[in-house]
Design a protein around this ligand. Structure first.
Ligand code: VGL
Ligand code: ZN
Length: 197
């Protein structure tokens, strides 16, 4: 049974100085690079939004971090971030990108956000990652990256629901922690059967 490391959204916009900076986001890069040697496969995810994406507050004349109701459910409105082709969307410069077998992009659908590496926020539109993992015989996943309470959380919970054996290395993640989101994410991951290490 193969074991993959899934590195979630270690991109400039989620690091200090970025458009949606996560405190300490850049601190985890050295440890993630070192961990890559311990896995059969390394997969990177990249948040990859078209300009004017529906998850951007600027598109709704609303304040960043406010909540709206989308056809697929509640959606936090974010500052513009990870716009396709921009410096902010590039991986943090020290991340060992060359070690990756696969880079999976998400959030490219203008009408639907995608926190999870497996499904868009409608929880039904697949990214294709599940098929990739299954056809490679990968059943065990360790997840690290940004942000603990959004993209790591949604990816881990979806993976557990799909039947993967999932561990989140909390020390190699950093959180946005907005309005209790980290505590809720931690509870949700545990309830879904994710191992928090
Ligand atoms: C993320 C908010 C918006 C994340 C991505 O990577 O956790 N959070 N887009
Ligand atoms: Zn995003």
């Amino acid at each position: 049974m193969s074991h993959a490391l899934i590195v979630i959204d270690v991109q400039n916009d989620f690091c200090p100085g970025g458009a949606l900076a996560v405190a300490g986001g850049d601190e985890i890069v050295t440890g993630i690079n070192a961990a890559m040697a311990d896995f059969d496969a390394v997969i990177l995810t990249q948040d990859w939004h078209p300009a004017g994406h529906s998850s951007f507050a600027s598109n709704h004349d609303a304040a960043p971090m406010s909540l709206i109701e989308m056809p697929y459910g509640p959606q936090v409105l974010w500052p513009d971030h990870c716009i396709q082709g921009t410096q902010g969307a590039q991986f943090q410069a020290d991340l060992a990108v060359d070690r990756a077998d696969l880079i999976i992009r998400k959030g490219y659908n203008p009408a639907i956000d995608s926190y999870s590496a497996f499904f868009e926020n409608d929880h039904v539109t697949p990214t294709g990652l599940e098929g990739y993992l299954r056809t490679r015989g990968i059943a065990k996943l360790t997840m690290v990256g940004l942000a603990t309470d959004f993209c790591v959380n949604f990816s881990a919970v979806d993976a557990a629901k799909l039947g993967f054996d999932v561990t989140v290395q909390m020390g190699q993640c950093r959180a946005i922690d907005f309005d209790g989101s980290l505590a809720a994410a931690t509870d949700g991951m545990i309830a879904a059967g994710v191992t928090l290490a």
